[in-house]
Design a protein around this ligand. Structure first.
Ligand code: PNS
Length: 161
């Protein structure tokens, strides 16, 4: 049984993330979405909120599981007995950032091979950091995130757009 891990902060989940989840879930028997809990980034949503949102978004996708992890990704790969790590690549900047991480992860654990998936061009400008910034200015994020996330953010941060 082939298992993939899609790790990230998912803070918040974007349309780009969900496109990758949909595409990758069809390629593997099991896809584990791994939410990093000990990120150095200032969180927008709690890990619990992110888990609930991702569980709701993937409830009709067989074989998709949502988990959180802290520490090293290679240890999470070991723990879940995953065969591969999935990372989305939007542009050359992503590639330059992701390549040494993938190489270091492989060096640390040769079972932690990384598969890069090109995002769709229509999602290539979307990032959780940009969405976070828009929320800070109470701007419209509806074109960047799934409906559930949009509604959740509107409620949590008490603004309507
Ligand atoms: O969505 P993000 O924030 O781009 O995801 C980054 C993530 C979680 C994949 C990355 O920060 C990570 O793997 N963190 C865990 C710590 C780790 O293993 N670092 C790599 C050392 S070589």
């Amino acid at each position: 049984m082939a298992t993939a891990v899609f790790p990230g902060s998912f803070d918040p989940v974007t349309l780009g993330h969900m496109d990758l989840v949909k595409r990758v879930s069809g390629m593997f028997d099991k896809l584990i979405i791994g939410i990093l809990t000990n990120s150095s980034k200032e969180p927008l949503c709690t890990v619990k909120e992110r888990i609930l949102i991702l569980e709701e978004l993937t409830k009709d996708m067989p074989g998709v599981e949502v988990m959180s992890f802290d520490g090293l990704l290679v240890d999470f790969v070991d723990k879940t007995r995953a065969d591969v790590i999935i990372r989305g690549i939007r542009n050359s900047i992503d590639f330059e950032y992701e390549l040494p991480l993938a190489q270091a992860n492989y060096k640390l654990n040769s079972k932690a091979d990384t598969l890069f998936l090109a995002t769709l061009p229509e999602h290539s400008y979307i990032s959780s950091s940009a969405v976070k910034e828009l929320i800070r200015y109470k701007s419209d994020i509806s074109a960047f995130v799934p409906d559930i996330v949009y509604k959740f953010i509107m409620q949590k941060f008490n603004y309507i757009n």
